[in-house]
Design a protein around this ligand. Sequence first.
Ligand code: B12
Ligand code: SF4
Length: 500
Amino acid sequence: MRLLLVHPSALMYSEIFLRLEPLGLERVAAAARDAGHQVRLVDLQVTRRSRLDAVIDEFAPEAVGVSLNYLANIPEAIEIAQRVKQGLPDCFVFFGGHSVSFVADHVLEQAAGAVDAVVRGEGEPAMQPLLEAVRDGGLTSVPGVVTRDGRGPMPRMMHGLDEPRPARDLTAHRRRYFIGELEPCASIEFTRGCPWDCSFCSAWTFYGRSYRKATSEAAADELAAIREPNVFIVDDVAFIRPEHGDAIAAELERRRIRKQYYLETRSDVLLRNQEVFERWARLGLRYMFLGMEALDAEGLELYRKRIDPDENVRALKVARNLGINVAINLIVDPAWDAERFRMVREFALSVPEIVHLTVMTPYPGTEIWHTESRRLTTLDYRLFDIQHAVVPTGLPLAEFYRELVRTQAVINRKHLGVSTALGAARILAGNLARGQTNFARMLFKFNSVYNPDRQVADHQRPVRYELPLPVRAAPGDRRQLYVHATPTAHRRPTAPPVPD
Ligand code: B12
Ligand code: SF4
């Protein structure tokens, strides 16, 4: 069967800092190819929409799958589905990915026939049975599949991560993937899932707090096959298990593989497993993203981060000593007043780290979706990108965005200040010499994208597609939030103990 897989456009507010390959979609593509299908992939993060239209016309796909990790992409995905059906009414159109797994029935209704099915959960195991069922019938017996006529059994998780290897050969324009100065940059997955349970996050509900690892041999084989000099490790929390990080490092040392790395982790994991991060710093670990989320104990408790402010401060010191650049994330509570923004600006200017701000947003699949949702001021999918306020703001909305953007601008200027610019100039010159322009564009694009008037105007746009109104979940059994069936053999098999 001819299968076309599509990743929607980048969300504007994140495109400035990074744009990365659609790793999940590449794995789905590999699973379909292993099952004998002919597969093409179009990533609209780096390809014009007109190119997608051309591929649809030339390739005449029999099935089209769209990746929906991000809620804010749902309206665009529905429009793509409509476009496909207009030209190819018999083509089977399906959606899959993180976010759509939590709102599958609703999206099928909204698409009004343009989408034939949503695949919930991990896509790899679904591809072979799904495409067989498209040809032979029996869609509603495929695990994870939801159609307007019924749904298959709950999706099951894969046992390991080693196979299939992402079909990186299907992504064109790979030079356009970057994160900060690391360009071009590929992505890799060493582990999947997270054993913690933060209240604002859906990573743990999607994977049911399970935690699976690639073998060190497979991880090293994959890294050896990656052509880019830079690699973003997509794991939710890197190196939870130090022996796993060490085993991969040992393979890389043995094979003399050297690249520059960017990863995400938690302060407590860094403090506990300093040696493994030190070893990776020697192997090329340059950047680390720490989701600190709040500066005070009260905020950390509210988000159920299970970390105290002192651990965060100590983790920053450790990272500095290791020579790793750190980006910190802080969650902006829409209730903040001007004084609170001022304090955050003061903090951001007092530390050498890069500080990112994201606005607290209840997403389907998170606990706060059920507790905060009665306060939602909008159901416009496009505003659920953690750069807009979707619950009431303490300040008038326009003033809230002015404070938010002012704070982001102060932080941005700090990093583009004279000394940084001098340091950046060397990197910039090197990247430009290699024909890499993403970092250069990032340095100059900030003011055109981050603009309070534009953010307020985003709330005034006519809304065609809205999120479903959340149902209040019964307190108690949080497993009701899980996407996959969780057989006992799969539940947190190797995760460290995390208090319930
Ligand atoms: C790596 C990552 C990124 C990377 C790379 C994104 C990319 N290009 O793919 C970067 C750093 C760029 C990023 C950015 C953002 N991210 Co992000 N990201 C992740 C993270 C940690 C892992 C995703 C990943 O690569 N996993 C590994 C691959 C193999 O799995 P996968 O992509 O999920 O794909 C599997 C399934 O989803 C499914 N699948 C996926 N696509 C398809 C398609 C079909 C047809 C089918 C059948 C199945 C299928 O099958 C795949 C294989 O099993 C997730 C959290 C998580 N654990 O999922 C958050 C997450 C997806 N991100 C999130 C957010 C909020 C963002 C940002 C908005 C943050 C910001 N401040 O701007 C931006 C927006 C980016 C954009 N689109 O412009 C949220 C999504 C919230 C939501 N409900 O919309 C998540 C869930 C994190 C969270 N804790 O809440 N992100
Ligand atoms: S530790 Fe990170 S990935 Fe895990 S639940 Fe918390 S925010 Fe999500």
